[in-house]
Design a protein around this ligand. Structure first.
Ligand SMILES: [Zn+2]
Length: 105
């Protein structure tokens, strides 16, 4: 399965301020919600294996009244087709960028 286009999440580290702003604006939820969603999925997958659906993502989205269509669309565009893929393909880039960028909260 060749990936032709570079995923947006992979480009995060190379983005300039304006691009980051646009990236944040286009997120399907707030940055804080996304942060917590990755942590939530990680916690869940600690105790249960991924069944290769995005059930934990969906659970988090429902609990937080987020827009599942938007969230899952964004995740699959970035290679997160199921819960374990989200952690593998998206969370490292996300955390690599945002967590070294200063925790102001
Ligand atoms: Zn999986």
């Amino acid at each position: 399965m060749p990936i032709v286009k570079k995923r947006e999440i992979e480009q995060l580290a190379q983005m300039n301020g304006e691009e980051i702003e646009r990236f944040l604006k286009n997120l399907p939820a707030t940055k804080d919600q996304m942060d917590r969603m990755f942590d939530f999925i990680e916690d869940k997958l600690d105790s249960q294996p991924c069944n290769h659906t995005n059930r934990f993502t969906m659970q988090f989205v429902m609990q937080n009244m987020m827009d599942f269509g938007k969230v899952s669309g964004w995740l699959s565009q970035n290679g997160g087709y199921c819960d374990c893929k989200i952690l593998e393909e998206i969370a490292p880039y996300w955390r690599g960028y945002f967590q070294q960028d200063g925790q102001d909260t």
